[in-house]
Design a protein around this ligand. Structure first.
Ligand code: EPZ
Length: 422
């Protein structure tokens, strides 16, 4: 288990650059398999989830410019789907990330059959995929689950109208992927509107697809016969940016986050300002300054453009230090307060009742040994450690590597006293 050791209590100051968006990268990587020729993907983040996706694509017979997909490497990666084979993907790979389920839509569209073990990913409660399966069935696929593997088969996918019972990012993406090469037009109603859905649509359209309406709750996909690989740059990761913005505010610091699309961060900026932070925007840069104790604010997570659930865990740390009582309501995931028990070891006063955390602000946190239970829980512990007095040792930091690139060097770049140990 790798550990991050942080001597906290020093305000973060300086610059940090957000990398490419994780949840966009893990949708565009499988989308590249829909093409007949290679795609060049730029700004892929150097994170473990991207590396695992690279391994999956290679397992399926694709050529990936592998050295660039390893953690620690940035820049353009070429995905050549020329050798794509309809192979079953080993559970050891799919269990390592949620987004492996996008191969259902992709392999059905390319080969008329898909065999994908039920996906893994963060332990944040029940994560059903019924809306994915409903969508694929509506397009004409026969789908069953046996021995932990989703088997889907379709002689031909045919466009249709699909209403999602819940707003699901993953189901919206999976249906878009399958519908791109289907016959006729597919309409997804009650679709998710997250920016990475727009990013995926932009990639698909650049490759020759006909996707309209991404970013609204009705997406129309007119099926085409083939896609050609193209060059596409992944959009910046607003959750990585949000984490560093919240860390700056929690430590009473002054940090400029570069390479952001400020609009994507509107709900986070609004809550930081309500808590007393000064946030200024200039082009693709956001500067966050905080002096004095934060004010208590209430936060409710919602699908985009609401406050993102993926920033909820770090935000609870800022509110733990606020003057007064804050209420955080998690409306997306069943169990996304697992970081709270660990935060209590650092002196927070938080009570969790079902989907709500009631946070009585304290004036200081103290370092302690803690363990990350999932990706954003790890990020929250990192923020707490930076703000806390004394030393915090965070175990299980590999979970953070799944979604945050070069954590140690980025934190050091903002003046943090941090080191990593295996
Ligand atoms: C994506 O998960 C992200 N993961 C998550 O990021 C993020 O928290 C989530 O969207 C919400 O924004 C990736 O993009 C790889 P959903 P996803 O389908 O697609 C219910 C992170 O930290 N639901 O939008 O799996 C579900 O239970 C992570 O980066 C169904 O009921 O989320 C949840 O309550 C973790 N049936 C809600 O919908 C379904 O078939 C939203 O889930 C699908 C989902």
């Amino acid at each position: 288990m790798a550990k991050l050791i942080i001597q906290g209590g020093t305000p973060l100051r300086g610059l940090v650059r957000a990398g490419g968006r994780k949840n966009s990268a893990v949708a565009v990587l499988p989308a590249a398999l829909l093409c007949d020729s290679p795609s060049v993907l730029e700004s892929l983040p150097a994170i473990d989830d991207v590396a695992v996706y690279g391994d999956i694509l290679q397992h399926l017979g694709c050529k990936v410019s592998a050295s660039s997909v390893a953690p620690g490497c940035n820049g353009a990666v070429t995905i050549d789907p020329g050798g794509l084979q309809p192979a079953e993907i080993p559970y050891e790979l799919t269990k390592r990330l949620r987004a492996s389920y996008y191969l259902l839509g992709v392999m059905l569209a390319r080969h008329g059959a898909a065999q994908v073990p039920l996906p893994g990913g963060c332990d944040i409660g029940l994560r059903p995929i019924d809306q994915h399966l409903k969508g694929l069935r509506a397009l004409g696929a026969e789908v069953n689950i046996e021995h932990g593997v989703v088997n889907a088969r379709a002689a031909c996918l045919t466009g249709t109208s699909i209403y999602l019972d819940v707003v699901s990012v993953g189901a919206t993406i999976n249906i878009m992927l399958a519908a791109t090469l289907a016959q006729g037009t597919t309409v997804i109603e009650n679709a998710a509107r997250e920016p990475h859905i727009v990013d995926l649509a932009n990639y698909l359209n650049a490759a020759g697809a006909r996707v309209q309406g991404a970013g609204t709750d009705v997406i129309r996909i007119r099926g085409v016969n083939r896609l050609n690989g193209c060059v596409h740059a992944i959009i910046p990761d607003e959750i990585e940016a949000a984490t560093y913005m919240i860390a700056a505010a929690s430590t009473g610091g002054d940090v400029q986050v570069n390479n952001v699309i400020p609009k994507h961060l509107d709900p986070v900026i609004a809550k930081l300002q309500e808590a007393g932070a000064e946030v200024t925007e200039e082009g693709d840069r956001l500067r966050v300054r905080m002096s004095g104790r934060p004010r208590a604010v209430n936060v409710k997570t919602l699908p985009y453009p609401g406050f993102p659930t993926d920033a909820q865990q770090p935000m609870t740390v800022l509110l733990s230090l606020a003057e007064g009582t804050s209420i955080v309501t998690e409306s997306i995931w069943e169990s996304r307060f697992k970081h709270v028990d660990e935060l209590k070891r650092m002196g927070t006063n938080i009570r969790v009742e079902g989907h709500t955390a009631i946070i009585e602000g304290v004036d200081r946190l103290t370092g302690a040994p803690v363990t990350a239970s999932d990706l954003r829980a790890g990020a929250a512990l990192m923020v707490a450690a930076l703000a806390a007095h004394g030393e915090t040792v965070i175990s299980g930091i590999e979970l953070v590597d799944r979604g945050y690139e070069s954590v140690t060097s980025k934190l050091k770049g903002m003046g943090a006293n941090v080191r990593r140990e295996q």
